[in-house]
Design a protein around this ligand. Sequence first.
Ligand code: PLP
Length: 364
Amino acid sequence: MSRPVPKPGILDIAPYTPGKSGAGVSGRVFKLSANETPLGPSPKAIQAYKNAADTLEDYPEGTSRVLREAIGRAFGLDPDRIICGAGSDEILNFLAHTYLGVGDEAIHTTHGFLVYPIATMANGAINVIAAEKNFTADVDTILKAVTPRTKLMWLANPNNPTGTYIPFDEVKRLRAELPPHVLLVLDAAYSEYVSKNDYESGIEMVATTDNTVMTRTFSKIHGLASLRVGWMYGPANIVDEVNRIRGPFNVSTPAMLAAVAALEDSAHQDKSRTHTEKWRSWLTEEIGKLGLTVTPSVANFVLIHFPTTAGKTADDADAFLTQRGLILRALKNYKLPHALRMTVGTEEANKLVVAALADFMGHK
Ligand SMILES: *Cc1c(COP(=O)(O)O)cnc(C)c1O
């Protein structure tokens, strides 16, 4: 060998391609492509972040204790069963790194989050895709995909980019019928936005089984995506196992302290939830009136389906909207070439998108 060669599996990974962040046109740009909150973080989180600037020479406290305790208080959880990470992406990678090896299989659903196959294949494991029904995870199909080599199941609930969810009963049935040695990862990145009686984020599932973990993030409702903070709640043995591979200072002090302040500002979270619910309904209805199908969403974004007729495709719409400074997420790499995902934005941004789509579809 004349040069370093990556491990098997690495070159099979399609690199993660984020949504566009700029329009390449002059004028104002509304970025509605990454499910960031239009309200920004809590002002208290910004202040906590600034205060942390006084001690940048010090390493962070290595176990993210203050943040684990704040999460414990907010959700009634034992801080010893929480791990914090540099975004929940880091935690998803910890889980794959801890439980997946060459020849193992990990399952996700058709339009599952792209970090899952990357984390799976980075560990030499095989990515198995279970078909969705109506853009929604289907427990029977997932169970049929299980083989003796299955070690892990990734389930985003609600899912990104579809915005759909499965009820607690179905999660329970999935857990009950998956073999006990299969780790079920419930990715609850958007759980704060769900207002359905039959939904459960994962806390009860984790508390009542010894083979399920739930991951959460500060990137969405808390508006701290740039700081990279996420967390996991899991059974004691899994927390112990994952902590063995966690870097000693994986969450920075400014991120940790901003996250604590964000968590304690429940009024800000309520405001964000109320804004999202109102505009998610409005967008679903108004975009529907234009003759486009919107998949019913419980998260802070909507999935818009476009016709395949020339001039009216998702690609055409993407180009049209981009010209007006409206940046949505194209989803070819999510196997949704005929759809765009739109993050619920400010009132102004939402109205501009609906007006632009009306022009695009030829409505006056
Ligand atoms: C945004 C998102 C996350 C959160 O990622 P972070 O690394 O915490 O920013 C996790 N899972 C899904 C499905 C997401 O859409």
